[in-house]
Design a protein around this ligand. Structure first.
Ligand code: ADP
Length: 398
């Protein structure tokens, strides 16, 4: 059975085609700059070099058509007929309170997703466009939605509520939702497997550290708290997002600089975080390099990131009444030896101790804590696409 996994952004579309017999990735790719000059598709068949095709790609419908054509292509394709595709799984950013798990997409689900657009104005419209484009290309194919927020729906109300008048929650559902749920779910499950212990007996802190970063407390297999909130803006500082700030800052900046809410949202989402503090880059590699060369603002950005993560680990150990495992994933978590080392430095009192030699690892599953440490520290490369493919298969097999 072949399942196509799609992750549609406003101007990009990532895809992977899985053969579910052995969960093998047959091909994957990325359509970039949809609706912008210079659009292209990068496609790679597993085991072959990637091919790049430049073309005018005005919208998601054309993008999907190009993906299907690439999958069918005589030289770099992997299927001989569209009949071979049995289902499509979509990554959907926001499921609100309606979706605590993955669902088969139908008219009601689409209507519910449209209702969630105000909650995720930057992301959900693109996900909906992807679903609509796919429906037009292959009207009869079953499509499944897998939500970034779903895993966090197990948070208790004392963790997800904000201290604003309750009627705003009743009226607008303002609360903490949390994101990267598919990733936190995957790495926590994998951690239990790697440790050979049942996940429902473990207290795990999962650190998804990429361009966007979030830390989650996973107790007995369930998310009980997470650092992102109503939006993906709060928590630790990120590539260009500010992380936790005092909301008063916004009123103050609005007054001082004469900014409206749109301008403020742009500053907090696109000009802040590692980029805004370092003035160097949003990419931690550049910032690590600049810090090593003596750039003090780059050093400050690094320290703010590591300190912020450390505080969340401490908070979540308290929230769970202990910690058995600490997991690092995503671009920074999987690849930055320095980030893992610096985050863990000072957490020895919790039983966290990294083995410097074992920690010299990039992009591979490994236990990196010292043999005598009370807490296991792991690197687990995330695989959100695999979770989406598995959920899609499970739902259409029912
Ligand atoms: P996204 O959230 O867009 O999926 P990724 O998970 O790919 O992002 O993470 C991107 C981040 O990972 C960037 O900040 C990049 O600097 C960082 N990163 C990737 N490789 C390394 C590395 N070797 N050392 C330090 N940081 C790295």
């Amino acid at each position: 059975m072949k399942v196509l996994v799609l992750n549609c952004g406003s101007s990009s579309l990532k895809y992977q085609l899985f053969s579910m017999t052995n969960e093998e990735v047959l091909a994957k790719g990325l359509v970039e700059r949809i609706g912008i000059e210079g659009s292209r598709i990068k496609h790679s068949k597993t085991g072959m070099d990637a091919v790049t095709i430049n073309a005018t790609i005005p919208n998601h419908k054309v993008a999907i058509r190009m993906v299907l054509d690439a999958l069918l292509d005589a030289s770099h394709g992997v299927i001989s007929s569209l009949e071979e595709l049995k289902a499509v799984g979509h990554r959907v950013v926001h499921g609100g309170e309606k979706f605590a798990g993955s669902v088969l997409i139908n008219h009601e689900v689409i209507a519910a997703l449209q209702e969630c657009v105000p909650l995720a104005p930057l992301h959900n419209p693109a996900n909906l466009m992807g679903i609509e484009a796919m429906t037009e290309a292959l009207p009869n194919i079953p499509q499944v939605g897998v939500f970034d927020t779903a895993f966090h729906q197990t948070m208790p109300s004392h963790a997800y509520m904000y201290g604003v008048p309750y009627h705003y929650y009743e009226k607008y559902r303002v609360r903490r939702y949390g994101f990267h749920g598919t990733s936190h779910y995957y790495v926590s499950q994998r951690t239990a497997e790697l440790l050979g212990k049942p996940v429902d007996h473990l207290k795990i802190v999962t650190c998804h550290l990429g361009n966007g970063s979030s830390v989650t407390a996973v107790k007995n297999g369930h998310s009980i708290d997470t650092s992102m909130g109503f939006s993906p803006l709060p928590g630790v500082i990120m590539g260009t997002r500010c992380g936790d700030v005092d909301p008063t800052l916004l009123f103050y900046l609005a007054e001082q600089e004469g900014l409206d809410s749109k301008a403020l949202a742009h500053i907090l989402n696109k000009e802040s975080g590692i980029q805004g503090i370092s003035g160097v880059s949003s990419d931690l590699r550049d910032v690590e390099e600049a810090a090593a060369a003596g750039n003090s603002r780059a050093k400050l950005a690094e320290e703010m990131l590591y300190y912020g993560i450390r505080k969340y680990i401490g908070a979540y150990a308290a929230a769970m009444g202990g910690i058995d495992a600490l997991v690092f994933t995503a671009g920074i978590g999987e690849n930055s030896v320095v980030a893992r080392e610096k985050v863990c430095a000072g957490l020895e009192f919790l039983g966290i101790k990294i083995d410097a030699e074992k920690n010299k690892v990039r992009g591979k599953e490994r236990i990196v804590s010292s043999d005598d440490a009370r807490v296991s520290v792991l690197v687990v490369p995330t695989n959100e696409e695999l979770v989406i493919a598995r959920d899609t298969k499970r739902i259409i097999d029912r």
